[in-house]
Design a binder for this molecule. Structure first.
Ligand code: 13P
Ligand code: SF4
Length: 303
């Protein structure tokens, strides 16, 4: 306990000395969310990354998030405390494979979920997050959209647009393994709870949900909603929900809703990151310049 307190104090001191800001995704460990200057969903953190005055952004999330911050704030040093924290879904599409697919659909716009590498963003017309995917797709002139890499988010968007959505075959392993059997069991156990699902879930799970939101969408919804919720997304968000709403009850939809990548950073790796200024995330300017266009097009739409 004492050691933890010392670690926290050293992090806070070094943060001052380095003129750093700590951003943390809603799925990070509770202790990381608690020490962060800002927590949020992918969209909120992308916006935060553009608005910081600090010299250093310590990004507590996964690789693509730190990469996006580096693209959006090229003048800042962006650190990812655990270099191996990656997103399996982002690895399911490469720029090379996307170039091949684009040739098959020359009249389609390419929308890429931010859960993708900088190389893939550079091959795309516009990015989206789970919070704005429908608005992004509907903002386009093209009638056809090649949507990478999440097939579940692509399917979710297809419910709210007249455009033809051509999905990629990627998915988030954490969300994709949430099954209707989990949902039905959780609903039977908590019949009065509202079921909130993330759009990375499968269609049949979405069909059983009362509401579908990005993680920050859930945070905002819960403030003015009922008292009990079943949460069908990565369980880290429950830390934030419970902290903001101590009188309300939150239940994980199943015991398997953990993304190991989002749990890779702990207080020790955060401290080491600030001590050693590791691991710096950079993106070559030729890739970054193109990826920035796709990210900025999205940010112009905002929420
Ligand atoms: P948000 O869009 O709610 O940030 O969640 C996406 C996600 O899975 C981040 O890895
Ligand atoms: Fe990737 Fe899913 Fe983990 Fe998010 S929760 S980082 S989409 S694997």
């Amino acid at each position: 306990m004492q050691d933890t307190q010392k670690t926290i104090e050293r992090i806070l001191k070094l943060k001052e000395e380095r003129n750093a800001v700590i951003l943390a995704h809603n799925y990070e460990r509770g202790e990381i969310q608690d020490i962060a200057d800002f927590t949020g969903d992918s969209l909120g953190l992308s916006i935060q990354a553009t608005e910081q005055e600090a010299d250093v952004i310590v990004f507590c999330g996964v690789h693509f998030m730190a990469e996006s911050a580096a693209i959006l704030s090229p003048e800042k040093t962006v650190l990812l405390p655990e270099i191996h924290a990656g997103c399996p879904m982002a690895s399911m599409v490469t720029a090379e494979a996307l170039r091949v697919e684009k040739k098959k659909y020359p009249d389609a716009a390419v929308v890429c979920y931010v859960n993708s590498t900088a190389d893939v963003k550079a091959e795309s017309d516009i990015c989206c997050t789970s919070a704005n995917a429908v608005e992004v797709v509907n903002s386009l002139e093209e009638d056809k959209v090649l949507f990478v890499p999440d097939k579940n988010l692509a399917d979710y968007v297809s419910r709210f647009t007249s455009k033809k959505i051509i999905p990629w075959n990627g998915y988030c392993p954490t969300h994709n393994q949430i099954l209707t059997t989990d949902v039905i069991k959780a609903k039977n156990e908590h019949p009065d709870a509202e079921l909130l699902a993330h759009p990375e879930c499968r269609r049949d799970v979405i069909d059983l949900a009362d509401k579908v939101f990005s993680t920050t969408g859930m945070v905002e919804h819960v403030k003015n909603a009922g008292n009990e919720f079943i949460i069908a997304t990565e369980r880290g968000i429950i830390h934030k929900l419970q902290k903001d709403n101590p009188g309300k009850k939150f239940y994980n939809v199943s015991e398997f809703t953990v993304c190991p990548e989002m749990k890779a950073i702990d207080l020790n790796s955060l401290l080491l990151s600030l001590e050693k200024m590791q691991y710096e995330i950079t993106v070559p300017e030729n890739v970054s310049a193109k990826a920035r266009i796709a990210l900025n097009r999205m940010l112009e739409i905002k929420r």
